[in-house]
Design a protein around this ligand. Sequence first.
Ligand SMILES: Nc1ncnc2c1ncn2[C@@H]1O[C@H](COP(=O)(O)OP(=O)(O)OP(=O)(O)O)[C@@H](O)[C@H]1O
Length: 579
Amino acid sequence: MISMMKAIRKLGDKDSRRLISPIVLSVFDSLLNSCMYGVMLFVLLDLAQGQFQTENLKGYVLVLVTVFLLRCIVQAISFTQAQCLGPDISYRLRITLGNHIRSLNLGYFNKNSIGKLSGTLLTDVNDFETIVTHCLCDFIKVISFTALSMIAAVLINWKFGLAIALLVLIAFPFLRLSGKVSERNYEKLRNANHNVVSRIVEYISGIKTFHLYTLIGSRFRRLDDALQNLRRESIRTEISILPAALSFSSITAMIVPVALILGTWFLTAQHMNAASFLLFVLLAISISSMMTVLSSLYPQVRSISRAADNILSVLGEKPLPYEAEKPDFKNYEISFHDVSFGYTKESSVLHNLSFTARPGTTTALIGPSGSGKTTIISLIARFWDVTEGSITICYEDIRKIMPDTLAHQMAIVFQDVYLLQDTVINNIKIGNPSATKEEIVAAAKAAHCHDFIMEMENGYDTMIGEGGSTLSGGEKQRISIARALLRNAPIVLLDETTSSLDADNEKEIQHAFDHLMKGKTVLVIAHRLKTIINADNILVLDKGHIRESGTHDELMHRNGWYAHMIEEQRKAEQWSVQN
Ligand SMILES: Nc1ncnc2c1ncn2[C@@H]1O[C@H](COP(=O)(O)OP(=O)(O)OP(=O)(O)O)[C@@H](O)[C@H]1O
């Protein structure tokens, strides 16, 4: 309970103060509930002492109706307050989580699956909201009403009160055990759920491949296994809690028979009058029914507070550190100083790289697949931090620059273009949310996508399918170039892959790239001979080392790896022309 309250304070932040009122109202509701029993006691006493009068009954009924109405109002207010608070907390938590996840090193996403992260953002936050909106107030009501009933029982007849307290104490370890089992299973069930989400995302994203290899439906074993596992874990969760929960229920179910036996005994021995006897039975019934509610509520609260732990563990991940909010960039020169990097501690992908990309120049990165070209670009964008050495922009270590400020200095066009399920205009606007329609159209024209956009059904207001599924590869790439052009950032990081495009599309994209690169500090993963030859500096990479660097003429003159590669590419181009 204490750890749950701590988690609510931490995660609910300022909003958690809004919980004080529903909690206080829940305790007040329990007091009012106890009052109803108190009124019944007076009625029973009157009856037992033969002083029952119809006039008195009217007074009792009036008090009962007033207390009942008051309870309705208190419950309505407390319920509404808790219900309104839940979505507010969920909303703020999801925004906080989203911002926090964005600030993490990309290595975090290698270690944590989509299923796990979406599970935290959706399921864990939902479960946490359930604690706040439903469980917490109910839990407090049950505990406070049980405590008040126990006190009343002890005050009326301490032996009787003690007997009930003893039964509750004997049953309590089973309640704790059911909570522990439920908490442990929650983790397993959650992992099974995350696995299913990951497999479903994989299934939908790779549906074309799975279709091709006839791996759809039940033949897609990975999804099938994940679903089977979820079914197994769900059944196991339900069953494993049963022994402890049943033991608790069975012991607390004895409260009423024990009250009857003890009451009859006290009555016969004249230690108690008939009114007290009836009241005890009433108290025993209410405590017993509270215990039934507690037996289902407690494991739920315990398991759901695991959700809070999961959210806290994501928020506990350290974001990328930085020092300067807005460094004073005098130019946009990018320098690598003895940079080494590995995605894992065990293996290194880049080894002691040093080079400088000057403002207004183009640096072409070339080399075989896996030589580290994309990794260099990712390090400049600070998707990852270097393992050794440093990367500077205008002599400022990028690790000291606030990630958002750094991102604003860059326009990036990667091979895998991601478009949102939104209108064309909103997809381009991502580059600069405050851009006007005229600026967007100008960027689209410069990126050579205005014409095909105008041919679409609703022009710039046409909806694009998720991930850009309704567009061709070339169209997607040109929209992403328009986005980058709109950003008008001083640094341009480019992956020039155009291999999947036809000649017309390739020409259009090349024009778009030319616009994008004009006057900027450009690093391009170059695939086209023209880009390579025209680059101001060419870095020839091999297995994470810079084998050669210089202009085209310098490297040709050296007659090394680069000259050999150019010769091979020329031969290939001639071969394709002749055929
Ligand atoms: N996210 C990642 N986690 C672990 N290893 C990675 C990751 N991304 C790339 N690598 C590894 O790092 C090495 C360099 O990859 P990188 O993508 O930088 O090469 P590249 O030269 O851009 O290749 P290509 O031309 O095929 O795109 C490769 O061995 C690759 O397997």
